[in-house]
Design a protein. Structure first.
Length: 435
RNA sequence: GGGGGGAUACCAAAGUGGCCAACUGGGACAGACUGUAAAUCUGUUGUCUUCGGACUUCGCAGGUUCGAAUCCUGCUCCCCCCA
């Protein structure tokens, strides 16, 4: 069984994913035998986002290397609020909301980790736990006697996450958030007792919480356990990766469409592409080296970005979704749109394009391009529509309309009942025929 | 309580009787360039139009005038100074 363990630590180091580790000999330790490792995720929303991807991929790498991953959903800790990296006290979410979030997140994790009993990992299938299940059973008194007794407050207040807040007299920190660290620390103890879990993973902002768990495990159980953090996924300008104008980049297709997801990665800056390939994909070292080289010599081809976008889109949304995204991309950035046999095909590709309805009779009679733009809500007024045409910014089926007197007819239909209009570079709208 | 200043299009800001749909800057929107980037350059930026114009807009309501964003009266709101 332990014979097919891969040297994951070497791979992580190559990918620069090891930010801090509690032991010099972590790499060798991981090769001794299959280990059980865990990382925690706070259910602050009903979907995971790109910020969660890095630690989740880390668990996935461990599983593929022959270890057993535990994904911990923080139903309890999430209801408290982690003060790490937060400058202000946060509002509490309702328990019902958190429960709903846990359910949604659980499904997304199953796409990346193998929970099936037949999982290939030497150590067995991945495990999903919710710390609400054990923490909620504690009485306050028991918790203070069993756990609190083992935690020196002077150590707690020296942790950065707490210290920063204590030093700022304007915000301070509530007793509730102060206690967060204890809950997370106890999680490690619980997982160690229940599943023999010996390693906690997390982002570098979790270092304080990770070491708190290690200390507590030693005091409460006399166990030697380990911790490792990875860098945070940031862009070269220091901002967070995965932030869009509309907020976070979600893994849920209903919140962030596969097309938007793909496009985000497709447009990653050259300086960030190498890091993303290393951190988020499972491409081989050789291929990543090659892509680095391509980026140097012919950045204009964006080979790295396309590879990154395709790899991640397929992982998160599946092969079928990727194929549709490819088609859509070709159309959105390509030439004219030909005829589509069915409305369904067109519908899929233009899934996020707004559409308006128009009576079939009006189109049959001929519709001026300006009226069509207004009907499709691409322009506010006829005057604006006229201007857009004059500027050369009006298109039917991606073909520029030069004349204001152009009449849109049934001959322009891209599919039996749909007409594709565009204003400028990428503002699309559909007109759907109705009786 | 007294004195002074101000309100203009998405924002900022000119304009103080006709040449004002209103300078200019930003933003936004198009186009060129480009790597689906950045920068740059060009154009547009009240509504409608049979492309001749027509209509509505400069805090609100009235008034003077052939004609008002511009002058007068009242109202509302904002800022500053003195007490």
């Amino acid at each position: 069984m332990s014979g097919n363990l891969q040297d994951i630590f070497a791979d992580l180091q190559w990918r620069q994913l090891v930010y801090q580790a509690t032991s010099e000999r972590l790499g060798a330790w991981l090769l001794e035998r299959p280990r059980t490792v865990y990382a925690g995720f706070d259910p602050t929303s009903d979907s995971l986002h790109v910020g969660h991807l890095l630690p989740l991929m880390l668990l996935r790498r461990y599983q593929k290397a022959g270890h057993r991953p535990i994904a911990l959903v923080g139903g309890a800790t999430g209801s408290i609020g982690d003060p790490s990296g937060k400058s202000q006290e946060r509002n509490l979410q309702s328990l019902e909301q958190i429960e709903a979030n846990v359910v949604a997140i659980r499904g997304q994790m199953a796409q990346l980790l193998d929970f099936s009993p037949t999982a290939a990992s030497a150590a067995g299938p991945a495990i999903l736990v919710n710390n609400y299940d054990w923490i909620s059973r504690f009485s306050y008194l028991d918790f203070l006697r069993d756990v609190g007794k083992n935690v020196p407050v002077n150590v707690m207040i020296s942790k950065d996450s707490v210290k920063n807040r204590l030093e700022n007299p304007d915000v301070g920190i509530s007793y509730t958030e102060f206690s967060y660290m204890l809950l997370q620390a106890y999680d490690f103890v619980h997982l160690n007792r229940t599943y023999g879990c010996e390693l906690q993973l997390g982002g570098s902002d979790q270092w304080g919480n990770v070491t708190a768990g290690i200390d507590l495990a030693r005091r409460m159980a006399g166990a030697e356990v380990f911790g490792m953090t990875c860098p945070l996924l940031t862009k070269s300008d220091g901002s967070k990766m995965g932030k869009t104008e509309g907020g976070a980049l979600w893994l849920d297709a209903k919140k962030t469409s596969p097309y938007q997801f793909y496009q985000y990665w497709r447009n990653v800056a050259d300086e960030d592409a190498g890091k993303c390939l290393r951190f988020l994909t499972e491409l081989s070292h050789e291929e990543i080296d090659h892509l680095d080289h391509c980026r140097q010599t012919e950045p204009e081809r964006a080979v790295s970005q396309i590879r990154l976008a395709e790899w991640l889109t397929e992982l998160i949304h599946g092969r079928g979704a990727l194929d549709l995204v490819r088609q859509a991309t070709e159309i959105f950035f390509g030439g004219e749109i030909g005829k589509f046999a069915s409305d369904a095909d067109l519908n899929q590709i233009f899934a996020e394009v707004p559409s308006s309805q128009i009576e079939a009779a009006r189109l049959a009679a001929g519709l001026s391009i300006t009226d069509a733009l207004v009907e499709a809500k691409l322009t506010k007024s006829k005057g604006e529509a006229r201007r857009v045409v004059a500027e050369g910014g009006a298109y039917v089926n991606n073909r520029r309309i030069e004349s204001e007197s152009y009449q849109v007819t049934t001959a322009d239909l891209a599919s039996p009942t749909m007409l594709v209009l565009r204003r400028g570079k990428k503002n699309y709208a559909l007109l759907r025929l109705v009786e």
